[in-house]
Ligand binder design. Sequence first.
Ligand code: TTP
Ligand code: MG
Ligand code: MG
Length: 386
Amino acid sequence: MSKSVDHDPHHPPRKIIHIDMDAFFASVEQRDNPELRGKPVAVGGGSLRGVVAAASYEARVFGVRSAMPSVTAKRRCPDLIFVHHRFEVYREVSRQIREVFHRYTDLIEPLSLDEAYLDVTDDKLGVGSATGIAERIRQAIREETGLTASAGVSYNKFLAKIASDQNKPDGICVVRPHEGAAFVGALPARRFYGVGPKTAEKMARLGIHTGADLRGKELHFLREHFGKSAEYLHRASRGIDYRPVKPDRVRKSIGAERTYSNDLNTEVELREALDHIVDIVWERIEKNRGRGRTVTLKVKYSNFRQITRARSIDTCIAGKQQFAALGCELLAGVLPAPLGVRLLGLTLSALEGGPKPASETPAAGVLGPASGAIAEPKPTQHSFDF
Ligand code: TTP
Ligand code: MG
Ligand code: MG
């Protein structure tokens, strides 16, 4: 099989950068508290119920990872220092890096606070080299936030995202058009988006350990064993991904929720907790200049059963007082609580200008047209400077 540089026949080759901050929440905490530097740090609750949101690279040496129960993390790393999260600070850094991105392109698709895809095919400053832009961005982020970011540079989103993870922390990886197939071929199968431990095990039983193994399988074989993910795996194993960078996704809702370390039982406790959530959500609504008509309350009980109650009005909610009143009314409807409450959430939706129907998750099967054909390699243009 020849190395394929496969491009959407309807679009010229793209230059895509994926930027992702290193150990984001943990690095921010280490930046702001010198005592934490060089030490194993976990951001998240240290309580019995807590989970690790972010782990510093020093903590990862011990096997501490995001989403791991805090108890497990502490067992693996007895000296682990737990730090409470400070979302406002992370959001501020997120705004700062977004501002850096905008110097080069407005085609920015944020995936979370700490990462985004950038299409720099036609960058604003005429730099031309995607690698050069990625390096400039990493340097600006370092100078302006005191934090490090890693970058992946390639000709599509799939490759750029994997590449940004390749040389973390504080690394860059460039996958040039003629290198895509070899790069994907050498990847362990579990590095493919959507291949979790279970699927990876199943693949291993079928003799699929790497991207190259995956590429060696016929589409019908993949269909038989992996169902709906077959097309995606077939394309991805060839380094093909035609998805464009989608800027400025319209939000469908603005909300917040809180899990409590001790269940809330009384009406007073619940009302107080809701007041606090109203404050948080309303601040977000103002920041996003959101205007919406529907308020939804979410309640999760101590037995993990979850209910939601919603109320819509005819016109957009006029102010915080009305928003709070609707929230209170919804809460009143579920009182007295039959069980302790472990989580409360409040959301504003039916936003003006939204919702947008397009799905935004790179779910299986969305990486391009359903054709399984591999295009012949096209000659790389001289101006295609990576
Ligand atoms: P990631 O970019 O996945 O991870 P990271 O920045 O901590 O580490 P790295 O990229 O260097 O591997 O997530 C960004 C932040 O999102 C992370 O710092 C904390 C938060 N987060 C959670 O709260 N829960 C999670 O399960 C994950 C994966 C991340
Ligand atoms: Mg990160
Ligand atoms: Mg990330």
